[in-house]
Design a protein around this ligand. Structure first.
Ligand SMILES: Nc1ncnc2c1ncn2[C@@H]1O[C@H](COP(=O)(O)OP(=O)(O)OP(=O)(O)O)[C@@H](O)[C@H]1O
Ligand SMILES: [Mg+2]
Length: 241
């Protein structure tokens, strides 16, 4: 590697980067282009909001970044890995190790305790239960729910379940946090509590975060805002929302 290219790589702290990213859904002869030539980058430590009308492609973009779906064309780098040419097995390992994902619906297993739910990503990668469960309880303390560790997750309130989901997303110490309307299912008070918690965890654990949200108050509190719409993806000033 030449000295110059080494230098430019060192100065490039982009953790997420796409170029010419396209996603077209096909159904028979019909083609629905959702993302067209989307190009952006997110630097290490940024907390970025992804906004846009319903159907503009926010979830689709998050699926591509987390390798849950494949692009029709273009390049995707996430957590420093080029996802474009990954095999399915590599993609699954990448998701388990490098990405924390929070959904609008928490997707916890209601019959399992909060601690067991949080421990799942560690158990899935072969960490022994004797190690995974205490680590899960540490994370429940981090989200203010240590006292509920042994409760079945189905017994918790919606806001509490979303905090458990946040602990589960972060227990394996991913570099990147992707969230798809994480407060969309909560009342205003719980939404505020979950967003404030995400903000603190983002800082405390040096995450790089991309959060799709319809809540413009929350978007305004992020370091940057990316907006999906008919003109593609555009950066907008948080204050202009
Ligand atoms: N698997 C699929 N097959 C066909 N069309 C799809 C598929 N997934 C999404 N779409 C379409 O792609 C478009 C973008 O959907 P997407 O879910 O990404 O939007 P969104 O911005 O997340 O919307 P919302 O704010 O309602 O969550 C929609 O028109 C949707 O119907
Ligand atoms: Mg969506």
């Amino acid at each position: 590697m030449s000295e110059m290219s080494e230098k430019s790589e060192l100065s490039d702290a982009a953790v997420i980067r796409t170029s010419g990213l396209c996603k077209v859904f096909r159904s028979g002869a019909a083609a629905l282009p959702v993302l067209e030539a989307v190009a952006f980058s997110i630097q290490r430590g940024e907390m970025v909001a992804l906004v846009g009308e319903s159907g503009s492609g926010k979830s689709t973009l998050l699926y591509l970044l987390s390798s849950l779906d494949r692009a029709t064309a273009g390049n995707v780098t996430c957590a420093g890995r080029d996802l474009t040419a990954m095999s399915d097995a590599e993609a699954s390992d990448f998701r388990n190790r490098s990405i924390g994902f929070v959904w609008q619906f928490h997707h916890l297993l209601p019959e399992f305790t909060a601690a067991e739910n949080v421990a799942m990503p560690l158990l899935a990668r072969g960490v022994a239960a004797a190690e995974a469960l205490p680590t899960a309880v540490d994370w429940l303390r981090e989200v203010g729910l240590e006292a509920r560790a042994q409760h079945r997750s189905g017994e918790l309130s919606g806001g509490e379940q979303q905090r458990v989901a946040l602990a589960r997303a972060l227990v394996a110490r991913p570099a990147v946090l992707l969230a798809d309307e994480p407060t969309g299912n909560l009342d205003a008070r719980n939404a505020e509590a979950v967003f404030t918690l995400m903000n603190r965890l983002h800082r405390d654990f040096s995450l790089t975060s991309l959060i799709a949200t319809h809540n413009l108050d929350f978007a305004r509190r992020c370091s940057r805002v990316l907006k999906l719409g008919s003109g593609g993806l555009q950066e907008v000033a948080p204050q202009s929302l």
